[in-house]
Structures are given as structure tokens and as C-alpha cells.
Design a protein around this ligand. Structure first.
Ligand code: SF4
Length: 375
């Protein structure tokens, strides 16, 4: 199989792993370049997008995670690309300014250690090329590898990620017979945390992780509980959520988990609600006790978590647009960080008297109007 064919297969298969800085909007995760490769738009902190080449280095995997289309018993075309092949393809794109970096992941090719070697050898080849010194490199850490292998990954990367998969061992147990939750995943997440951030050798490395949603019987409340721990204790930059896609996983997963109780659509809505809640944690200063779940422990499928909070705190409203603190403005349904900044700026100049002055029109103003006042 030639390099181009291999890259086509491997970059196509990498779509199942979204734990990187890729957009999470529908259809926003990837786009095809003119020559058919999958490239990934990454939102930049100050707006706009940059592009990453995202690929697996191997779609062969010795593990049997039931939710994953690459598991060892799945009947797919397997291939592995060599470090020098990936590095050379990366440089072709990079020289043309078609991409600003690379996201490298892999199935477990033989052993976690050998797979990490493949990943870090590729990253080293790219990083050592004088033309690519500033390239953005995001590396996936393979569960079960050694701490020395993680150190090598940190040496060559700007960002690393390792999927936590489930909130706790009890939910993971039924999903994989070969990966150990504590020693293969949690141990390495803690190691990454100890070796990144202020005062370490890697103060600027961005760390992220991802949950698979609905492949086990976990609840949103458990996922959110872990999410707080990941931000507060591990100091990770981002947590991602990926709805389990029925049909891609092992056929016996459905029977075991009684999927009749949770449709694919519901799992996608759960993923969306978890991203909304994650946004409230990171950008709106929502605390753990501000997360309101249905009796079963999940977020409402019908309403977003911020609206649910508002409906449970009527005494807090209406919020006075002209006098409220930034924190209180952020609690108003339909008002986000950008609108809040606009309000704070405008009200220094004059007294605000209607929603169109702060840029809220149509359905946005309908959503916000019941929760505010101007006097
Ligand atoms: S380790 Fe599990 S999740 Fe990762 S590629 Fe292999 S089967 Fe898939």
C-alpha cells in the first residue's frame, strides 16, 4: 500500500478521536483538502481558525474496547505509516502553509510502548526540521505506556491528550478486558498533570482528555463530577465529550447496556448538554452545586443547563442590566461572555434601555427578556 493510500485510511479513521482542539460544532470537526486528506480546523483563542493535519499512525490495535471501531476483532483494513513517511507528508503541507500543525494518534500497535515510540519518533522528525520549529504538535498518549514515554511526548509537543473514557473504574470495567482504568489511564493522567503547568519543565503544554458518552451506564452527573476534578486538581485545559456511535462499536455492547433506553439521538443530545455545562464551568464560573440534573442523574434533554438553573432560581431575577455585576449578568439566559463585556462597556457611556442596544434581537431577545430589567 503506498503512503497516500495509507494516509487516506488513517486520517479517515482518526475522525473517531476528537480529543484535540478541534471545533465541536456539527460538521465543524474536519474538512477535506483539495487532494482528499482530512484536515481539522482548530478555533484560535482570539477568533478564526487554523488547520491541523490529523492522522493515526496505525489503525491496528491489540485492545478490545467495545465502543471503538478499531478494536482488535473488528474487520477493517489495517495499516501503519512510518515516522519518516508522516513527517515528509506533514512537511509538504506545512511548506505550502496549508496547515499550522499536526495531531498524531494511534491504535495500540503491538504494545503501548512501541506505539509511543512511533508517535514520538514522528514528532521528533518534525520538530528537528528547522523549517518546522514553530509547528504546533499535539500528541496522543497511549494508555498503559511508561512514564518515560510520556516524558518524550512532552518534550516534542505543544499539547498532549489521554482519554479518560468513563467517570470511574466501575463504568470502564465492562468496556475493555485489556486496559486497566487505574494503572493504564489514571496513573498517566496524574503523571501528565504533575509534569505540566507552572513550575514544571513544560509550563505551556496544553493537556486535555475525553469521555465517551453513553457506551456505559454512567450519568452526566458523574461525568461532570469528574470534569470538575480534572480542571481543579489535574489543571487540564480542556475536557471533551464524544457520544458513543452505535454501529461502530461491538455488537454485544447494545445487549449489555440495554440501549433501548438511550437512542443515538439522545446520546448526541447528552454530548451537547455536557459541552454546554463545560462552557458554564470554564467561562461562566458555574460551580458544581449549580449543575441541576434530572432525577436519573442526567441533564434535561429538552433544555440547556443554564436555563434549568434560571428556572430553579426565580428569586435571583430579574437581573438589572445597568447595575448587575459581571458574574450576575452571566447568569441571564441568552447572555454570554461577549454580550456581558459589551454591556459593561456600553453602560459606562450611557444608561441602557433596550436589548437591541446590546446586540440582542429576534429569538435571542425573546429568550433573554423575561430574566432582565433596565431600571
Ligand atoms: S486502545 Fe481501545 S479505544 Fe484505543 S484504538 Fe485501541 S480499541 Fe480503540
Amino acid at each position: 500500500m503506498d503512503i497516500i493510500k495509507k494516509l487516506e485510511i488513517l486520517s479517515e479513521d482518526s475522525q473517531y478521536d476528537l480529543a484535540c482542539a478541534c471545533g465541536t460544532s456539527k460538521g465543524g470537526q474536519r474538512k477535506k483538502s483539495s487532494d482528499g486528506k482530512w484536515l481539522y480546523p482548530v478555533p484560535l483563542p482570539r477568533g478564526g481558525y487554523s488547520i491541523l493535519l490529523k492522522t493515526l499512525l496505525s489503525n491496528a490495535c491489540s485492545n478490545d474496547c467495545k465502543y471503538c471501531p478499531l478494536r482488535s476483532d473488528s474487520n477493517i483494513r489495517r495499516c501503519t505509516i512510518k515516522p519518516e513517511e508522516t513527517a515528509s507528508l506533514f512537511m509538504d503541507y506545512y511548506r505550502k502553509n496549508a496547515i499550522h500543525g499536526v495531531f498524531l494518534s494511534s491504535g495500540v500497535h503491538d504494545t503501548p510502548e512501541r506505539t509511543m515510540q512511533l508517535i514520538t519518533d514522528t514528532a521528533a522528525l518534525i520538530r528537528r526540521n528547522p523549517q518546522a520549529r514553530k509547528a504546533f504538535i499535539h500528541l496522543k498518549v497511549i494508555p498503559g505506556c511508561s512514564e518515560a514515554a510520556v516524558e518524550m511526548a512532552l518534550k516534542y509537543s505543544n499539547a498532549v491528550s489521554l482519554n479518560i473514557e468513563t467517570p470511574g473504574e466501575k463504568h470502564f470495567r465492562g468496556l475493555s478486558s485489556r486496559k486497566d482504568y487505574e494503572s493504564d489511564i489514571i496513573r498517566l493522567l496524574k503523571f501528565i498533570s504533575r509534569n505540566t503547568g507552572p513550575g514544571t519543565a513544560h509550563p505551556k503544554t496544553k493537556c486535555s482528555t475525553q469521555f465517551i458518552v453513553g457506551a456505559s451506564d454512567e450519568t452526566d452527573s458523574e461525568i461532570i463530577n469528574y470534569t470538575f476534578g480534572i480542571y481543579e486538581r489535574l489543571k487540564f485545559k480542556r475536557v471533551y465529550f464524544s457520544a458513543y456511535q452505535q454501529g461502530l462499536g461491538s455488537p454485544d455492547i447494545a445487549g449489555e447496556l440495554k440501549f433501548s433506553l438511550s437512542s443515538s439521538e439522545d446520546r448526541l443530545t447528552r454530548e451537547h448538554r455536557l459541552y454546554q455545562a463545560d462552557f458554564l464551568i470554564r467561562k461562566y464560573a458555574f460551580a458544581k452545586e449549580d449543575m441541576i440534573f434530572s432525577p436519573g442523574g442526567n441533564f434535561s434533554l429538552e433544555k440547556d443547563p443554564k436555563l434549568i438553573w434560571a428556572e430553579n432560581h426565580h428569586a435571583f431575577y430579574p437581573v438589572n442590566i445597568n447595575t448587575a455585576s459581571e458574574e450576575n449578568l452571566l447568569r441571564v439566559p441568552g447572555i454570554g461572555p461577549e454580550t456581558t463585556l459589551r454591556i459593561l462597556k456600553l453602560r459606562k457611556i450611557h444608561w441602557l434601555s433596550n436589548l437591541s442596544e446590546i446586540g440582542l434581537k429576534g429569538k435571542h431577545s425573546v429568550k433573554t427578556a423575561p430574566w432582565i430589567k433596565f431600571n
